[in-house]
Write a protein that binds this ligand. Sequence first.
Ligand SMILES: *Cc1c(COP(=O)(O)O)cnc(C)c1O
Length: 377
Amino acid sequence: MESPPLIVAPASPGATYRALQPEIDAAVAHALGSGWYILGTEGRSFETEFAAWLGTAHAVGCGNGTDALALALRGLGIGPGCAVATVSHTAVATVAAIEMAGATPVLLDIDPATYTLDPAALAALLDKPPVGLPPIRAVIAVHLYGQAADLDAILPLCERHAVVLVEDCAQAHGATLHGKRLSNFGEVACFSFYPTKNLGALGDGGAVATADPALAAELAALRQYGWRQHYVSDVVGINSRLDELQAAILRAKLLHLDAGNARRGAIAEVYDAALADGPVAPPARRADGTHVFHQYVIRVRDRAAVQAALRAQGIGTGVHYPVPVHLQPAYRGRVALGPTGCQATEAAAAEVLSLPMYPELTEAEVARVAAALRTLH
Ligand SMILES: *Cc1c(COP(=O)(O)O)cnc(C)c1O
């Protein structure tokens, strides 16, 4: 008997494209025919529509999520001589962006239940910063895997210590806390539209969202050579623009994002039920917010064996992330850690496992993953 086809995991941008192909192809054809390919009406319309969808005033498109974070820091005046705190359990991009802005990263541990910034680690850092570290000017809270970091505890700490909150929303398009979409809590929020994200382009893309019109104007200048008007660089900028093709694709896909997130939630419920009463716990969800399941992540002690067993049943998996940033060759021994270390991060990195999760999974595929999860009992 032929084995069932492998479920590409944990994401499948090609499946998302095929599901929306007529609309995306039409949007691309329209953008191609317009004769204008960088910073035109598609980009402006996407910025307006995405900001409205978030419930904020401004979104400024840029080249990718890493640039979004670096631009946000620069726009806030955070660079050389400033430290920025974030987690080590994140896409390396979060930390790379801090150094791109010229600032010094300091990496903190996570809460092992939600995999997001441990407020106690942040409090310990702000109370007693390591000797020799520049003043801490910002915290990047990463809303990892699709749900909010513990902003109820983080925001008061930021206020007390006069530290700016930047939200890394690259995995949390549309997730909420207390009924508000993430991006509405910090001074500024950064998004990636990498193809596998909940809202993905068919290439690179990113955006910075903010309620502050002055900051939005500064970001619009910084992303294009520091121009406020053509050919006049008021500040030293970079080139990081969202192109018209990607903006057109994102406009088409934005119309389906709520449905896609809802489908992810429904798939998560099937996986939760399959894991119920077994030895592997389903992912913890915050009671005060919604989770958009960018990843559905379980924790297993014998990860390689579980991955092999699932693969034998035609189910691919992923690991986000196998090596914490502070242990990667480019950062190891060089990047500062907070006073409480990164033990929960290191433990999680050895055990996290991402299951197939994208809206286009068929009912049969979801059932197949659920059946396999029951064999873990
Ligand atoms: C994807 C991602 C980024 C970086 O986005 P790019 O578009 O790849 O530059 C930053 N932070 C997090 C948490 C991400 O998942």
